[in-house]
Design a protein around this ligand. Structure first.
Ligand SMILES: [Zn+2]
Length: 222
């Protein structure tokens, strides 16, 4: 029997996400800072990014949102979460382009930051040092469990890091790994429920061991 914990626990995740950032007083008045929202796939990173950006907009702040041009899974010019919340965004090829769009801006949102070049770290520092609130969301680990793109560097320079969690589809614990369910070895493979599943550490290790066993078996075949 395969219980789909991802959907069962969705309300719990959303409620927890609202709670963890409600203790900040005057969040929209905080200028010149870097906030990183990181986690595995299906952990609600984009939902949390959209929530913070919408609140900044309600507070009449000037907001600009960017995503890598590579990520056109749902919409070319919108940041769209898995549960279809959207917010208009500008797709860009390189992190340096962000600086071209950010004069007269109070808040900069960046989604899928793991796909950007390492220059994003300096760009975020520059923006924050110039009084801009920067909110960055991205995958902290790739499907192999290795730190992904500029994310570790961004976590290091951030004023605040929020690690959000998905729910392990095998056991219902908090998940931190994005397990790739299809055979492909490249680091970037855009996809969602067909290609990836969120797993906790124990279930991820089990899945990797099973995969290795299967490969060994295949090698033994005549
Ligand atoms: Zn598990």
């Amino acid at each position: 029997m395969d219980t789909d914990y991802r959907y069962l626990c969705k309300d719990i995740i959303i409620n927890a996400m609202v709670l963890f950032s409600e203790d900040h007083i005057n969040e929209t008045n905080r200028k010149g800072r870097i906030e990183v929202i990181c986690g595995s796939m299906f952990s609600g990173k984009t939902e949390e990014l959209i929530r913070r950006l919408k609140r900044a907009k309600f507070a009449k702040q000037r907001v600009e949102i960017f995503k890598p041009a590579i990520d056109t899974r749902y919409s070319k010019a919108d940041v769209v979460s898995h549960d279809s919340h959207t917010i208009p965004s500008t797709p860009i090829d390189s992190s340096a382009s962000i600086l071209l769009f950010t004069s007269e801006i109070d808040v900069v949102g960046i989604d899928e930051a793991q796909f950007f070049d390492q220059g994003l770290i300096e760009v975020c520092n520059h923006l924050a040092n110039n009084g801009i609130r920067v909110i960055v969301a991205g995958l902290d680990m790739d499907f192999r469990g290795k730190p992904f793109g500029p994310m570790p560097g961004l976590c290091a320079i951030a004023d605040e890091v929020s690690k959000v969690h998905a729910i392990c589809v095998k056991c219902g614990q908090l998940a931190v790994f994005s397990h790739r369910t299809v055979k492909a070895s490249q680091q970037i493979l855009l996809g969602e429920t067909e290609e990836y599943e969120p797993l906790c550490r124990a279930c991820y290790q089990e899945a990797i061991a099973e995969k290795l066993d299967r490969n060994e078996e295949t090698k033994k075949l005549p």
